[in-house]
Design a protein around this ligand. Structure first.
Ligand code: FVT
Length: 332
């Protein structure tokens, strides 16, 4: 598209910025409640709402409180929530079998939310890190992250989550071939309508730090995740991964983190035109919240701007810890 533009003074760009009504009328993208997926942290217990120090305003919730959060989200019109478990370190092993325990924290929480709030979509995380004694997303042997063996574990995990009622599975592990394996297994088990939102372009990022505190993985992680998560310097590779995941049966794709990777979001949307999501990750949340709490930026305005810009970059939606706050503001 090449807009035709008169020369100054026939063209004065400031005309359409002159008033709020003209600015609203000419705004190209909008943020709505429909664009939000709310990630929440869950833990064992009852009536627990435990603050996370590196993510002020975010809590670990026991299942009963997570159900309340889901009710609140549904009431605000948020279409989906995403569950991340804080797993008791005593059940973490090198073989990760807690990941496909039908009664693990996540699976109990899926069932509880489904029963109480049937209309909200429940997204889950598929990766072994919450259950792995060494903090990695895959099984490890002799210091190597095993791709194919990990996929078998991820498939088991996915099937159990689907059995429990998960609507959207989010494989976040970055193993090669997992989308195809999960899709084939879902079809085989009769879960034909379960959606896969693939973390297709997930970068090895320093912005995940507060999340690892939130799920209790910071201490456990040995080494880094650079052999499976993407190199932040790469962009063409993201397109190859997205194409691969779409061909293997992903319904929706994700770029993660968000704000430093808006160029990737735009390329993905332009190249494939599929439902495209970004994850505004914990470090991004902490930067905005931390600066706002100190009075260095206007928190509300920065939060809204950051999310609108995901839409401008081509995203159909955003996973954001700000979701309920944003929904309340958008609803006025
Ligand atoms: N698999 C989910 C994440 O790694 C979330 C990262 C974050 O919020 O920092």
């Amino acid at each position: 598209m090449r807009p035709i533009q008169a020369a100054y003074p026939a063209a004065r760009f400031r005309r359409i910025r002159r008033s709020d009504s003209l600015r609203r009328l000419t705004q190209e993208t909008v943020l709505t409640v429909d664009d939000l997926i709310w990630p929440i942290f869950i833990r064992d217990g009852e009536g627990v709402q435990e603050p996370i120090s590196s993510m002020p305003g975010v809590f670990r919730l026991s299942i009963d409180m997570a159900v309340k959060a889901a009710e609140q989200a549904a009431g605000l019109g948020i279409p989906a929530i995403c569950l991340f478990p804080y797993t008791d370190p005593s059940v973490k092993t090198e073989t990760c079998e807690e990941a496909w325990n039908p009664d693990n924290l996540t699976n109990r929480c899926i069932r509880a939310i489904k029963a109480a709030v049937p209309d909200i979509a429940i997204m889950t995380d598929i990766a072994l890190d919450p259950y792995n004694a060494n903090g990695h997303d895959g099984l490890v042997r002799d210091g190597i992250i095993l791709n194919d063996e990990t996929i078998e574990a991820l498939v088991r995990m996915a099937l159990v989550q689907a059995d429990c009622g998960a609507d959207i599975l989010g494989p976040s592990d970055m193993m090669d071939g997992r989308i195809g394996a999960i899709r084939t297994a879902l079809e085989g088990a009769g879960h034909k309508d379960v959606t896969i939102l693939s973390y297709s372009a997930k970068y090895a990022s320093a912005f995940y730090g507060p999340f690892r505190d939130a799920v209790g993985a910071s201490g456990a992680l040995k080494g880094d995740k650079k052999t499976y998560q993407m190199n932040p310097g790469n962009s063409d590779e993201a397109l190859r991964l997205i194409e691969r995941d779409l061909r293997e049966g992903a319904d929706m794709v994700m770029v993660k983190p968000g704000m430093p990777y808006l160029d990737i979001c735009r390329r993905v949307k332009d190249a494939f035109g599929v439902p495209t999501y970004a994850y505004q990750v914990s470090g991004e949340y902490a930067m905005i919240r931390g600066a706002a709490d100190r009075g260095w930026i206007k928190g509300e305005a920065a939060m809204m701007e950051s999310l609108l810009c995901f839409k401008r970059a081509g995203c159909d939606g955003i996973l954001t810890y700000f979701a309920p706050e944003v929904a309340r503001l958008l609803r006025g």
